[in-house]
Design a protein around this ligand. Sequence first.
Ligand code: NAI
Length: 409
Amino acid sequence: MDKLSYPKNKIKVVLFENIHENAAELFRTDGYTNLEVLKSALAGEELIEKIHDAYIVGIRSGTHISKEVLQKCTKLKVLGCYCIGTNQVDINEAMLQGIPVFNDPHSNTRSVAELVIGLCIVLMRDLFNKNAAAHAGQWKKISAGAHEIRGKTIGIVGYGRIGSQISILAEALGMHVFYYDIEQKLSLGNVKAVAKLEELLGLADIVTLHVPETKQTRNLIGLEQLKAMKPSAYLINTSRGQVVDPDALAEALKSKQIRGAAIDVFRKEPEDNKTPFKSPLQGLENIILTPHIGGATEEAQENIAQAVSQKLIYFINRGNTEGAVNFPNLALSPIENVHRILHIHRNVPGMLSQINKIFADRHINILGQYLRTTQEIGYVVFDIEKSYKDHIIDALKHIEGTISVRILY
Ligand code: NAI
């Protein structure tokens, strides 16, 4: 457990939205016992009332941390989004106030990869229609049109975290694996890269999409691309709704341009489970629709709780900002027998020389200095000898452009 100059049990931590219990456990084990765990999100004055004196706040996608909320929460040091997205937070305002925001884009990779493999089998065996028929009293014991996935070709578009994880599972099941990515990637196993998307579309029995939402990937799969696929092929999209043109896909499914599809992500997704869901893909017999559940597993939630809490604790304990989405990234290890001071400031010329002058004028030896900047802010961490005097903190705070100063230990 890292030691801090400020007692950990006085540092208020608030976790919203039923974040997995692993998070609270990690905080408590590290000495953060002033901890409040809420089952749901709060908004407006209720939210401000709850977190105005909190140092550490953890949310999921339902808590909106606006500029106004940030301005009223003057003690807030760090914010954790226990999910992938950070749109619910004004991360720019948080940066300007010296508050790093952390999320976790990795922990549900395996969940998505497993769902895709499951969908490959369900599509290839027409399980969803056979299941519906059996429930309706029809016996459809037919082998025509049902296939093993062994020996079939899967074409992965986007060979990042999820795409490459799928390639490992697919190979283990005896599939031939090809991928297309705009970046040069190291292929795992016997997986092969192709140079053009059209080439991949033409050779795959299953095309699965794992690209981010960018200008370039909007409508990446439209009518033309669907026509480039084999008529016996299936399309799976668990990436983002914008990547596939839904009208073109509906058309291709109706005209049997392709054999079937499984879609987990949509252009317009309901904000909660009570809001009705509408899509041009509804009602077609050769498509599986799922409500954006690719990454929604208990294991992923457990891993996210662990990963995000660890990042928050490492920031408070050590000043580490590695992985922050809005902040200069500094990887820092703890160090013994020194004082560690964090200085967050606007990125203006001459800042570092003013800071160094304060130490030099007081004959304080700097044992380590780490600096990272973005266009707007700078983050510098000093490890100084033990003979430090309290008043240097005041001097550091008075440098024009300073956002915040903190002595860790
Ligand atoms: P990643 O960033 O690790 O990989 C994305 C890959 O796509 C990169 O290798 C990148 O070079 C490549 N790429 C970018 N533009 C491309 C283009 N125009 N053509 C071909 N390749 C391109 O992302 P990760 O973690 O694998 O996630 C992939 C997608 O899955 C994202 O859209 C993410 O939002 C989505 N996702 C969906 C979930 C769900 O619940 N359905 C859960 C988790 C992620």
